[in-house]
Design a protein around this ligand. Structure first.
Ligand code: AGP
Length: 612
């Protein structure tokens, strides 16, 4: 939820900190700060974005070759200068940044106050820092030892980086539940919440694991111990991330770039997984688990937000192609409702970031009950990817825009491939239908190219509706999850209230909302329930509702009754979510721009929800 960076080496640290924080701003952007050491600790922080931080440091002394930086998504305490990170300890001899939530911070704060500690902020992070200082003073310990002992008293999630002016040659980091990556280069080390700030400096990284503490010094390099003080040999991964994937590439926003990347990202998510002749589909990451999935009592899909919508599409796919019972659960509900989980259940956890706290916790719950967990993630080496028994990466490339677009279609592509492979293996998907689906799937990227060519038309359409206060999105069958996803896209970047519904549900209540002020987006492609969706559109028109419809190219019926139609190329209805979601992404994007919203960093949101 927050972005953290750190550096120790020979170079001036400030440029890395600022550039790194800008790369991580998608994780949180309500306040930012840096702390550097050059004889004394210099700390600069403020409410606002990293650009605001640059303004206040412009004429300041920012020299130093060890430092930390933080861009925040507030969990405890308002977004303001005081609650911004880094924080000083009570004695001002230690500084720290933190991403996560310390759940027992209130009790810890009371204990520390009884020992004479005072607090400048309302944050849980400052409490953790003073706990560390208290342990260090009481036990007369080196800082890294004090960190290890203090963390044993902590309940919650953290990724922390800290240093003290007493030991200018040492950065200390620790992690539990929030991500932390350590980049290794000659005589210098880079730390960050993910690899994006690091990749331009080194491709050698270590992913700190939960309950590990890293001590990094110029003289002795990187040392890692567990919270129980067992020494760990770091495993060095080679990063595959391409730096240009982190730039906007000429687009005005990351979101627009990522919408336009979908033909390529869908190709990448299929690459190497469909045989040349189209007769076989194979996902290497789960090949050893396919029999277990086929023998599963049921598949339980756990995810959040857009990934949950991809899970709903997967429910239709797996039951349709492989006849395996599927349940789709919000991870945040699943983890706490004391669910029944059998050893022969197979869990599929879907996550773009691979760091969503609720999804991670739901995975741990399922594993504790003996279930098998398969991951579908976009970030290689992410916490969820490493927590599952097996999985498949979506290979969509870094998704920087907070509103998920290419990750959604890449998730649906991978889940479609899984369902095709399982259905084929189980014999519930006839060869003829399998071959036609594979053939259609391979054509999806070019069909999305055609949809993208309607961007101008969709932009014009957005001008008619950007001042609406409510929207309804309707779909049936495979288009129902698309309706939910379209509504989420609109509300999260334009702040217009939008609801998605199964089209047939209209008569059970929502139709009372219909009047000439209510734009209704109806996803009505050629599909099994087409005629029924046409009836739903007629019901809306009879009540003066305004209908924007996504239809199959050449549609002659809906185009006669809807107010506006966006035509998309035809494909098998099971694959239509990959196509029909794209015009809804563009519609939301243009409406949000007209409302002067920040489409890449919408208010109150963050790209990766690493706290619950
Ligand atoms: C989608 O546009 C949102 N940014 C949000 O709902 C997101 O899908 C959700 O937080 C889950 O994130 P994940 O896929 O990284 O787990």
């Amino acid at each position: 939820m927050c972005g953290i960076v750190g550096y120790i080496g020979e170079k001036q640290v400030y440029p890395f900190l600022i550039k790194g924080l800008k790369r991580l701003e998608y994780r949180g952007y309500d306040s930012a700060g840096v702390a550097l050491l050059n004889g004394d600790i210099k700390l600069y922080k403020c409410k606002g974005k990293v650009a605001d931080l640059e303004k206040i440091t412009k004429d300041q002394d920012t020299k130093g070759s060890i430092g930390i930086g933080h861009t925040r998504w507030a969990t405890h305490g308002l977004p303001n200068d005081v609650n911004a990170h880094p924080h000083f300890s009570d004695s001002k001899s230690i500084v720290m940044i933190h991403n996560g939530i310390i759940e027992n911070y209130t009790a810890l704060r009371k204990t520390l106050e009884s020992r004479g500690y005072t607090f400048r902020s309302e944050t849980d992070s400052e409490v953790l820092l003073n706990l560390i200082e208290d342990v260090q003073k009481k036990e007369k310990l080196p800082l890294n030892e004090a960190v290890r002992i203090a963390l044993s008293e902590v309940v919650g999630a953290y990724a922390i980086v800290l240093f003290s002016k007493e030991n200018p040659d040492q950065l200390i980091a620790a992690k539990k539940g929030s991500p932390l990556v350590i980049g290794i280069s000659k005589d210098e080390y880079f730390l960050a919440s993910d690899a994006t700030p690091i990749v331009e400096y080194t491709r050698e990284v270590v992913y700190l694991e939960d309950l590990e503490i890293a001590t990094i010094s110029r003289k002795e390099g990187l040392k890692i111990v567990t919270i129980k003080n067992q020494e760990i040999t770091p495993y060095i991964h080679a990063l595959e991330l391409q730096i240009e994937a982190l730039e906007k590439g000429g687009y005005e926003h990351f979101m627009l770039k990522e919408i336009y990347e979908q033909p390529r990202s869908i190709k990448d998510s299929m690459r190497g997984r469909i045989s040349e002749d189209g007769s076989r589909v194979a996902l290497g990451g789960i090949k050893d688990y396919e029999d277990k999935i086929l023998a599963a009592r049921r598949i339980i899909i756990i995810a959040c937000g857009t990934s949950w919508h991809a899970g709903l599409v997967a429910e239709y796919l797996f039951e349709d192609f492989a006849r395996i019972p599927v349940e789709v659960e919000y991870a945040s509900e699943f983890r706490y409702r004391n669910p029944v989980i059998y050893e022969d259940d197979v869990i599929i956890a879907i996550s773009q970031s691979g760091e969503t706290a609720d999804t991670l916790a739901a995975i741990e719950l399922a594993k504790s009950q003996g279930a098998t967990v398969i991951g579908v993630c976009n970030v290689v080496g992410s916490s969820i990817a490493r927590a599952t028994h097996a999985g498949s990466y979506t290979h969509a490339g870094p998704e920087i825009g907070v509103a998920s677009t290419k990750a959604f279609t890449a998730q649906v592509t991978v889940l479609t491939l899984m369902a095709l492979s399982l259905g084929r293996k189980k014999g519930t998907l006839p060869d003829q239908r399998f071959n036609r689906l594979v053939d259609d799937l391979k054509k999806i990227p070019s069909k999305i190219e055609k949809v993208l060519k309607q961007n101008d038309k969709i932009e014009r359409l957005s001008k008619l509706f950007f001042d609406a206060t409510n929207f309804l999105y309707l779909g049936r069958g495979y288009s129902f999850p698309v309706a939910l996803e379209g509504a989420l896209k609109l509300k999260e970047i334009s702040y217009i209230h939008a609801e998605g519904y199964p089209a047939a549900e209209m008569k059970h209540g929502p139709i009372a909302l219909i009047d000439e002020q209510m734009p209704v987006v109806v996803i009505a492609p050629r599909a099994t329930h087409y005629e029924k969706v046409v009836s739903n559109i007629q019901e809306i028109k009879a009540r003066k509702g305004v209908v924007i419809s996504i239809v199959t190219q050449g549609d002659k019926v809906v185009s006669e009754i809807a107010d506006h139609c966006i035509e998309v190329p035809d494909t098998d209805e099971a694959l239509m979510p990959l196509i029909s979601s794209v015009p809804l992404q563009l519609l939301s994007y243009h409406i949000a721009l007209l409302r002067e919203c920040n489409v890449d960093q919408p208010r109150n949101l963050a790209k990766s929800v690493t706290v619950e």
